[in-house]
Ligand binder design. Structure first.
Ligand code: SF4
Ligand code: SF4
Length: 234
């Protein structure tokens, strides 16, 4: 279990494989993932290596007309659905499916990068707290992926907890209602942010006014004031 695959039968994350770097609606992302998965299942024979490469070539050609958020960021077509109910997103050429530890070398990034990359939320010592908070607030893998990649949000939540005078682990427990409000409100703006998890966060949130300005980019003033007046509760 990890932030990428939290052990939930319904959700997983695929942000760093570039899913949201293409500009689509929610239904558009789902359709793209279904199309890739169906094509992979019908054209790739893992024992015939050139079929894996041919899949990439075919998908790159088909997806070349999609609008991208950042032309320099790659959208890997090997990201698809990895369960029979088409709920969980993941790497269709992961060694767990291919039996070959180097199979991700068919991709643009290559096995060493695919297997070594950890986004900031995943490498956080509070990764499990982040995962639990996200799982309480999502209905599918798209919502889960948006939030798992959003390290600015969880850095801001950590800073808010510390400014309240609590340790991070105490704060995630004591302020779970307020944290849920932050996450639910943040979801309203995440679709337009096209997060990959590679974003650089320049804020350090050491002062309340910096935090306030971040939170007011997606919370109403009334919601923010209510959060500021919240007392810890278990
Ligand atoms: S963005 Fe983070 S949580 Fe999501 S798949 Fe990549 S490393 Fe895992
Ligand atoms: S090959 Fe790498 S970038 Fe592509 S889906 Fe798999 S893990 Fe993601």
């Amino acid at each position: 279990m990890s932030l990428c695959h939290p052990g939930d039968p319904q959700v997983s994350c695929g942000s760093c494989c570039g899913l949201f770097n293409v500009k689509l609606s929610v239904d558009g992302y789902k359709a793209l993932l279904t199309e890739r998965t169906n094509e992979f299942q019908t054209t790739v024979d893992l024992s015939i290596r050139h079929t894996i490469a041919a899949f990439r070539q075919s998908r790159e050609q088909k997806e070349s007309s999609l609008s991208k958020n950042d032309e320099m960021t790659y959208n890997c077509p090997y990201l698809g659905y990895i369960d029979k109910n088409q709920k969980k997103i993941g790497c269709m050429i992961h060694p767990i499916f291919t039996g070959d530890p180097k199979s991700q070398n068919f991709s643009f990034y290559g096995a060493s990068i695919c297997q070594a990359y950890d986004c900031k939320n995943k490498e956080s010592i509070h990764s499990e707290l982040i995962q639990t908070a996200i799982l309480r607030n999502v209905k599918d893998s798209l919502e889960y992926s948006h939030l798992a990649a959003d390290h600015s949000l969880f850095f801001a939540i950590d800073s808010w907890i510390q400014l309240k005078g609590f340790s991070i682990s105490e704060g995630y427990l004591s302020f779970h209602v307020e944290i849920d409000t932050m996450i639910q409100s943040r979801k309203r703006v995440l679709h337009d942010k096209n997060l990959t998890s590679f974003e650089i966060n320049y804020a350090n949130f050491l002062k309340l006014d910096e935090l306030e300005s971040f939170f007011l980019s997606f919370l109403t003033k009334e919601e923010w004031d209510k959060l500021q007046n919240a007392s810890a509760s278990l």
